[in-house]
Ligand binder design. Structure first.
Ligand SMILES: *Cc1c(COP(=O)(O)O)cnc(C)c1O
Length: 377
């Protein structure tokens, strides 16, 4: 068999900037400002500009970015927050950590992003906020979500952890950009994300100066001035070395997202007519950034297909094998099997294929050939 195809290649993604990273780290080491300082505020400004938002707040990770953003938006105990059943667990976890109750909504069968009609069905007197997830790098149905939010007086927090740089053109020609659409957005810089740090990292973007200020205070123990604590907060700061390195990586983000789209196009062209395989639809006007490349196959054959691909040296994964409402940690919500049927079915059918900017067309062809053989047997 031919050479193995890894699922991601993080070392390859940082190789070109190795010298720049080392120089930036040396500057921080020599300067002595390890927490806070210009490296942090410069990155916050760079990142907010890239997201098309007025304010950026760097934090320790994406989960805390969600928690701090929710709290900065005024979400807390007694509130319900609606989010997608098909997402990384941390989206709902953050809602619970903010003291609120997550309500999981189903997803659309074609894009697998949150279904606005199901959000509408789940809005109640305690609903305070909606958290659409820009899943796999594609913007959710933000136009419909914003309309619902406006009609019901809700805030919107974008979970943009998988969507740095993703855009979508609205029917009226307006261009939506992940991080600039809702009242606030949360990003993750976990190493495998489209913009990744050398460790954990996250950020909040918002157009609202008060939300940004409150997030900054929460990030630093609720401290408004030295040793004066206004509320219970966190130690959720992002260190200077991570910020300096992220500013370097940010310069390549657009090119790397374009490379991911080229990889996705190579996959889509070769998989479009493959019997037994369904692709995630690209929504009208969407320019996804392909955090992940998902295919769906018959549930009964999914594990066997993955095993056969693994035997060919093709690494695959599942994002996500268990919808959030069926996680033991959320059993108390009482949203049992059948409450989000599309997400439940997708969880049994999805396979994540290798996806990273440096993936070659040759490697894509090996993945597709392996998938085709696995399905043909
Ligand atoms: C990665 C991720 C998070 C959490 O980010 P961390 O930095 O890992 O804490 C939240 N939501 C989604 C959709 C994610 O993919």
């Amino acid at each position: 068999m031919t050479a193995a195809v890894p699922f991601v290649d993080l070392a390859a993604s940082v190789r070109d900037d190795r010298d720049a990273y080392l120089a930036a780290i040396a500057t921080i080491i020599d300067g002595g400002a390890f927490v806070g300082g210009a490296a942090v505020t410069d990155f916050e400004a760079d990142f907010a500009r890239h997201a098309g938002a007025r304010h950026g707040v760097a934090v320790s990770d994406g989960t805390l970015a969600l928690v701090l953003a929710l709290r900065a938006l005024g979400v807390g105990p007694g509130d319900e927050v609606i989010t997608a059943a098909n997402s990384f667990y941390a989206t709902a976890e953050a809602i619970a950590l903010a003291g609120a109750t997550p309500v999981l909504a189903d997803v659309l069968a074609d894009t697998l992003t949150i279904d606005p009609a199901d959000i509408a069905r789940r809005i109640g007197p305690r609903t305070k906020c909606v958290v659409p997830v820009h899943l796999f790098g594609q913007l959710a149905e933000v136009g419909a979500v914003l309309e619902l939010a406006q009609a019901h007086g809700l805030t919107v927090l974008e979970d943009s952890a998988q969507a740095h740089g993703a855009t979508r053109t609205a029917p009226n020609g307006e261009v939506w950009r992940a991080g600039s659409i809702g009242h606030a957005a949360a990003f993750s810089f976990y190493p495998t994300k489209n913009l990744g740090a050398f460790g954990e990292g996250g950020a909040i973007t918002t157009g609202d100066a008060e939300v940004a200020e409150r997030a900054r205070v929460l990030r630093d123990h609720g401290q408004v001035s030295r040793h004066l604590h206004r509320e219970i907060g966190y130690n959720a700061r992002l260190n200077a070395i991570s910020c300096a390195c992220l500013s370097i990586s940010l310069r390549r983000l657009d090119a790397r997202n374009a490379a991911r789209r080229a990889v996705a196009a190579a996959y889509r062209e070769r998989l479009r007519d493959l019997p037994g395989v369904r692709l995630v639809a690209e929504a009208p006007g969407a320019t996804p950034v392909y955090h992940l490349m998902i295919v769906q196959v018959e549930a009964a054959r999914r594990d066997e297909v993955r095993n056969r691909m693994g035997a060919d040296g093709v690494a695959t994964a599942i994002h996500y094998p268990r919808p959030i409402h069926l996680q033991p940690a959320f059993a108390h919500l009482g949203q049992g099997p059948g409450s989000c049927p599309i997400a439940e079915r997708a969880a049994e059918e999805m396979i994540s294929l290798p996806m990273f900017p440096e993936l070659t067309v040759d490697a894509v062809e090996r993945v597709v050939a392996s998938l085709r053989r696995a399905l043909a047997r």
